[in-house]
Design a protein around this ligand. Structure first.
Ligand code: PTJ
Length: 277
């Protein structure tokens, strides 16, 4: 993830929270550029809080969910990546890369829809190298009756005809609607308790910033290994995986309470603890 222009002026690289502040800067810059919705700033803060209590690292259950997500994308006939303001601001280059390796088009689909925001997101994605972007013209979209929010407008060549949809961090009702339409949903959400996390077929409880690069690697690693892909999907249970992530949170907090270690040192210790297990 590249830092947006201006980061170096405000953020000293030796700041103990440099990475987290750099990510936050990209979100606020995205807001100034009309890419991120006002509510996207709130969503980001909620994500930061959950990230603290998973140790700000990609935990083993999340790694397992990343493999399942890669398998689902590779086995899909028509996978699509849904793009909202937050993910466009944080990772435009990785979205384009994932779209290429998974052969899954990018579709802009916004809760707080406006023409201005769609244009701003298109600019970010195009600058990152995107060639085809779906969901740009409202009048060319079709409406899915299962949803009443602006997310109901979907591209006939994209989400409407997709069999697998990747929805990075978002509000809850759409996953349920997509499932009613018979689609497989992969969600990335730091909150394992959210409706999206609970409804999705595969939920990766991790920060999208860490997760997307790993997902790209995993798609590349697993490509062509069809029997392994089917096996990975067969043995994956989202309910079990979410339970394991909630347990990770509990163990992390317990460890903090017992040992009195505070973030960010705790994150490093936690990562070590997991490597030992
Ligand atoms: O760009 P739009 O108009 O489509 O709107 C996008 C937002 C995110 C504003 C909209 O979908 C929304 O309001 O979402 P919620 O209901 O706030 O849910 C966002 C979820 O993403 C929460 O569960 C957060 O914990 C989670 N989240 C936030 N940042 C991250 C994250 N999950 C993974 N990685 C993050 N960086």
């Amino acid at each position: 993830m590249k830092a947006k222009k201006g980061t170096e002026e405000v953020l000293p690289e030796d700041h103990p929270r440099y990475l987290s502040l750099k990510i936050r800067h990209n979100i606020t810059k995205g807001f100034e550029d009309k890419v991120v919705a006002k509510a996207g700033l709130i969503a980001h803060g909620r994500g930061e809080a959950f990230d603290y209590i998973i140790g700000e690292c990609t935990n083993p259950p999340a790694k397992e969910a990343i493999s399942a997500a890669a398998a689902a994308l590779l086995l899909a006939k028509h996978p699509v990546i849904s793009v909202n303001g937050n993910v466009a601001a944080l990772l435009p280059e990785d979205l384009v890369k994932l779209s290429k390796v998974a052969k899954a088009p990018l579709e802009v689909n916004l809760f707080y829809h406006s023409k201005e925001r769609v244009t701003a997101i298109k600019k970010y994605l195009t600058q990152a190298g995107a060639q085809e972007i779906l969901g740009l013209k409202l009048k060319e979209q079709v409406s899915i009756p299962e949803l009443s929010s602006m997310r109901r407008h979907v591209d006939p060549k994209g989400i409407y005809s997709a069999d697998v949809v990747l929805v990075p961090l978002e509000d809850g009702d759409r996953t349920q609607a997509l499932k009613k339409l018979g689609k497989k949903v992969i969600a990335i959400d730091l909150n394992p308790l959210s409706r999206t996390a609970q409804w999705a077929d595969i939920t990766i409880v991790d920060n999208v910033v860490r997760c997307l690069p790993l997902l790209i690697q995993e798609v590349e690693r697993l490509r062509g290994k069809d029997s392994e892909l089917k096996e990975i999907l067969k043995s994956f249970s989202n309910k079990k995986n979410l339970g394991e992530m909630i347990e990770v949170m509990g163990n992390y907090l317990r460890n903090l309470a017992e040992k009195g270690i505070y973030i960010p040192e705790a994150a490093a210790i936690f990562a070590e603890m997991q490597e030992d297990n």
